[in-house]
Design a protein around this ligand. Structure first.
Ligand code: MRU
Length: 372
């Protein structure tokens, strides 16, 4: 990713060691600020307050959180406490558990004196892996956009996306947006309908910001507009990300994704979900019943933050005082509404068989289609 001509990732190691630096996503698009995270508590707070967010980036940040924890104190006890602190930050994105488990199992067999260096190396590896994984998702998904372009020569391919599954949600490239960036870079004319994504507005604030930075044509729309656009033939395909995908291909993503999938199904618009291998939860089958759905503070719904004409940021209340508000952060789209999954190993059906064809080793220990 490039911001004002400078190459960035969303997370990197601080030059003086023992800390990481991240882009503070709560201030975008109005301010570009880098935040230093130098303790387990600071990392946990950055994840839960969504200074960093997006399933793959949550995983990468948590991995560095454990590395920082090992620099603080490499004992078994601190490893267990730090794991727990980081694990409790956000419940839905399975990348968090995936990254923490990967570090904990790698560190468990080592002497405490070896743990800090090993933990930093493992966290760095997770970040490198994420960049390459997302690049591959881009390669796999760009073909789908190019296929649409080939069917309507000279015309623009219209893509609809929800939330932010771009480079800000990962270490670089993104998941849902990676195919769009790659197709755009190859000269395909693409335009993206960007759902604003209430209540935290990741679409309006983050997706629009990064598409603009990359030079991709886009239009921000209210969350309720997608169905109308699809009815009028103005969406060729939808691509969204996911925070957890079950072994049978149910996908959990930002609240409102399910409604877009229903509208896409009703209007015969292909609905694709892009994901890295780290987002598959092979222990779960039925996403609607089994995936924990995060409920966040109601003030995210009752209040909005934006920029005033003088450049200062302000938060205002938009709900009648005293009205209760419920803030469900994610929903589950059943596999039958998903046209295909775009993974780092290629495109497959949203089903156990589809996923197993690309991830045979992982699928062997998973819940199969007939198991309860
Ligand atoms: O609450 P957020 O902003 O962390 O939610 C992010 C999403 O729902 C993304 O679509 C998902 O993490 C996929 S990101 C590659």
């Amino acid at each position: 990713m490039r911001i004002d001509g400078k190459a960035y990732r969303t997370i990197w190691e601080a030059q003086d060691g023992g800390a990481v630096e991240v882009i503070d996503q709560t201030l975008l698009p109005h301010r570009f600020a880098v935040r230093r995270l130098d303790s387990t508590a600071a990392v946990a707070d950055a994840i839960s307050s969504m200074v960093v967010r997006g399933a793959p980036l949550i995983g990468a940040t948590a991995a560095y959180g454990l590395a920082i924890a090992m620099t603080e104190d490499a004992s078994d006890r601190h490893l267990a406490t730090a794991y727990d602190t980081l694990y409790r930050t956000r419940p839905t994105a399975v990348n968090l558990r995936w990254a923490l488990d990967r570090l904990r199992s790698g560190l468990g067999g080592l002497a405490p004196s070896q743990r800090p260096a090993a933990a930093w190396a493992m966290a760095a590896e997770i970040c490198e892996d994420d960049v390459e994984t997302c690049r591959r998702i881009g390669e796999a998904g760009a073909g789908l956009i190019e296929a649409v372009a080939a069917r309507k020569p000279g015309e623009t391919v219209q893509v609809l996306t929800h939330c932010n599954a771009g480079w800000l949600a990962t270490v670089d490239w993104g998941t849902a947006l990676a195919p769009i960036y790659m197709a755009h870079d190859r000269g395909v004319k693409v335009h993206v309908w960007v759902d604003e994504t209430r209540p935290r507005n990741q679409g309006a604030s983050l997706t629009a910001f990064e598409l603009g930075a990359h030079g991709v044509a886009h239009t921000v729309i209210a969350d309720n507009v997608g169905g109308h656009l699809m009815q009028h033939g103005k969406v060729d395909l939808c691509i969204v990300g996911t925070d957890r995908t079950t072994s049978r291909g149910d996908v959990c993503n930002k609240i409102g994704t399910y409604l877009k999938a229903l509208a896409a199904h009703a209007n015969a618009v292909p609905f694709y979900v892009a994901l890295p291998h780290s987002t598959i939860d092979w222990t779960l089958r039925d996403g609607v019943r089994e995936i924990p759905i995060e409920e966040r503070d109601a003030t995210e719904l009752t209040h909005m933050t934006g920029r005033l004409p003088d450049g200062s940021l302000a938060t205002v209340e938009i709900v009648a005082p005293g009205s209760p508000a419920a803030n469900f952060a994610f929903d589950v789209t059943p596999a039958h509404l998903v046209t295909a999954l775009i993974t780092d190993r290629g495109v497959c059906a949203a089903s156990f068989e589809g996923l197993a064809s690309l991830f045979p080793d992982e699928a062997r220990g998973a819940h199969g289609p007939g198991e309860s």
